[in-house]
Design a binder for this molecule. Structure first.
Ligand code: C2O
Ligand code: CU
Length: 544
């Protein structure tokens, strides 16, 4: 494959949104940041020059990075932050993915403004598994906060309560004309009549799942998380934070303007329903601008059935050119309860329920990010005081998980506990939603792998009956799945990528509250199954 070079300059830049101007951290002064475009099999070197005020890292979301955790990016998991005033070059190896992914900062809440698209085109001499589109367009869903994002999360963690919700959702950095002072800057996607476009859609929103639709136009979803699926033609989609979709849109309507609109799917947590972000699909040509622009019908913010009706249709393409290989022999099996709970607040005056603080956990362990890099500790063999290897394989207690877990059941404990996995093992993880405080799906994301979503179901996972419902024929291969709030999701993958891999909820507040852990895949016994050596320079860990 070819080699590409990019310079990313992290710097504060003034932006005006929602009638006021503030300084935000950007890459190269733009929001969203620059797009990385490669072909499958290529390598990109991205030199990140940190001209901001604080240390930061960048993550290449959904890129497997075979044997190369050094460039994966999560702060204090695979590297220490790039100190302000210095630079670090990431080497991004594109191996198996094809389609749309994205990159984002991976330090506290800095990803709110530091994100952009990754486009992985078919490699030379191969084509899309559908007719070559006339042109492409990228739409990134994001969040805009009037306040400073790093302060918002540090304040929430200090008080133990909910962080402020975003003041707007955005499409390509713009709130759209339903928000104040946003009419003239509404994002416009210009199209020709009678063509089929490839829309690359990314959910970079901080804290909400999203519905999206285009007035009078169907969406044909052909890929998710940079893997092809059997085409789904639908009037709307539901996309969870972290996910990406490739969607064919045919411009077969009378030339005019049509709304593209996206709303939050937040069910029980109505506080996170913060308005509708819009863009305009605008046909080129000579016609009089319509007096009213058609608006799409979107499901209600709490329409579980609409969300499920879309997501349950997703199946891998599983063709000869795009085969799948679900492991059938499982030697590591984890059952992980995903919970938001209260935790005791020292002076019982925290801002969470009952004067307690909110915390999040996996198997009742609320993850504590260490102060130095887990990868560097692991590679150097100095793990004492950095992490422990006793992440539990099952929850500490069994109960009817969905809906009746009281806080008296068990408060979470805190720690940096990881799970070791041998190279080449077949791994199954069942995530069990528990629906204690916040009634929302959890978009669980794993670094270093795409995995197969082999099953989902309502209520408790049953180890006898649930596996009989698995799809082992054409399960979607993804990097993020919405674990149903009142149900379970089962994933499988082969541990064929040695390294230190973060696994966490992609709702940013849940991750900040501790809904995270780390899988460490040991080296195998060949050079192709061994972590590469570290780059000559890694950001120093001493001053973090
Ligand atoms: Cu897109 Cu660890 O994240
Ligand atoms: Cu979550």
């Amino acid at each position: 494959g070819a080699t590409h070079f990019y310079d990313f300059v992290l710097k504060e830049t003034n932006f005006t949104r929602l009638c006021s101007t503030k300084s935000i951290l950007t890459v190269n002064g733009s929001l969203p940041g620059p797009t990385i475009t490669v072909q499958k099999g290529d390598t990109a070197f991205v030199n990140v020059h940190n001209q901001g005020f604080y240390g930061l890292t960048i993550h290449w979301h959904g890129v497997k990075q075979p044997r190369n955790p050094w460039s994966d990016g999560p702060e204090n998991i695979t590297q220490c932050p790039i100190p302000a005033g210095t630079n670090f070059t990431y080497e991004i190896i594109f191996s198996t993915e094809e389609g749309t992914l994205w990159w984002h900062a991976h330090s506290d809440w800095s990803r709110a403004t530091v994100y952009g698209a990754i486009i992985i085109l078919p490699s030379a001499n191969t084509t899309y598994p559908f007719a070559t589109p006339y042109a492409q367009e990228t739409l990134i869903l994001g969040s805009w906060f009037k306040g400073d994002v790093m302060e918002i999360i540090s304040d929430a963690l200090a008080t133990g309560g909910e962080p402020n919700i975003s003041d707007a959702s955005t499409i390509n950095g713009q709130p759209g004309d339903l928000y104040s002072c946003s009419n003239e800057t509404t994002y416009r996607w210009l199209v020709d009549f009678g063509k089929t476009y490839l829309l690359r859609l990314i959910n970079a929103v901080m804290n909400e799942e999203k519905f999206l639709a285009i007035a009078n136009h169907n969406l044909t979803v052909v890929a998710q998380d940079a893997a092809y699926i059997k085409p789904i033609t639908t009037p709307y989609i539901m996309i969870t934070p972290g996910q990406t979709m490739d969607i064919l849109v045919t411009t077969n309507q009378p030339p005019s303007h049509y709304y593209i609109a996206s709303t939050s799917f937040v069910d029980g947590n109505v506080n996170f329903h913060n308005g509708t972000t819009t863009a305009i699909l605008e046909y080129n040509g000579n016609y009089s601008t319509p007096s009213t622009t058609p608006f799409p019908t979107l499901p209600d913010h709490n329409d579980d059935t609409a969300a499920e009706n879309f997501t349950k249709q997703v199946r891998a393409l599983a063709s000869e050119d795009h085969p799948i290989s679900v492991p059938l022999n499982i030697s590591t099996s984890l059952y992980i309860a995903v919970s938001i709970k209260e935790r005791i607040c020292a002076d019982s005056s925290c801002a969470g329920p009952n004067g307690n603080a909110i915390s999040a956990s996996l198997n009742n362990i609320s993850f504590q990010t260490p102060s130095i890099s887990i990868l560097q500790a692991y590679y150097g063999g100095n793990t004492n005081g950095v992490y422990a290897t006793n992440f539990p394989d099952i929850p500490p207690h069994f109960y009817n998980f969905t809906g009746d877990v009281t806080n008296s059941t068990l408060y979470p404990s805190f720690g940096t506990r990881v799970r070791m996995i041998n190279y080449g093992e077949g791994v199954e993880i069942v995530f069990q939603g528990t629906n204690v405080i916040e009634s929302e799906n959890h978009p669980m994301h794993l670094h270093g792998f795409s995995f197969y979503l082999v099953g989902t179901g309502s209520w408790n996972f049953n180890s006898t009956t649930s596996p009989t419902t698995y799809n082992l024929v054409d399960p979607p291969e993804v990097n993020t799945i919405a674990v149903p709030k009142k149900g379970w999701a089962a994933i499988r993958f082969v541990a064929d990528n040695p390294g230190v891999w973060f696994m966490h909820c992609h709702l940013e507040r849940h991750s900040s509250w501790g809904m995270d852990t780390v899988l460490i895949v040991r080296n195998g016994n060949t050079s192709e199954s061994t972590i590469r050596g570290p780059p000559a320079y890694m950001p120093p860990c001493s001053n973090s």
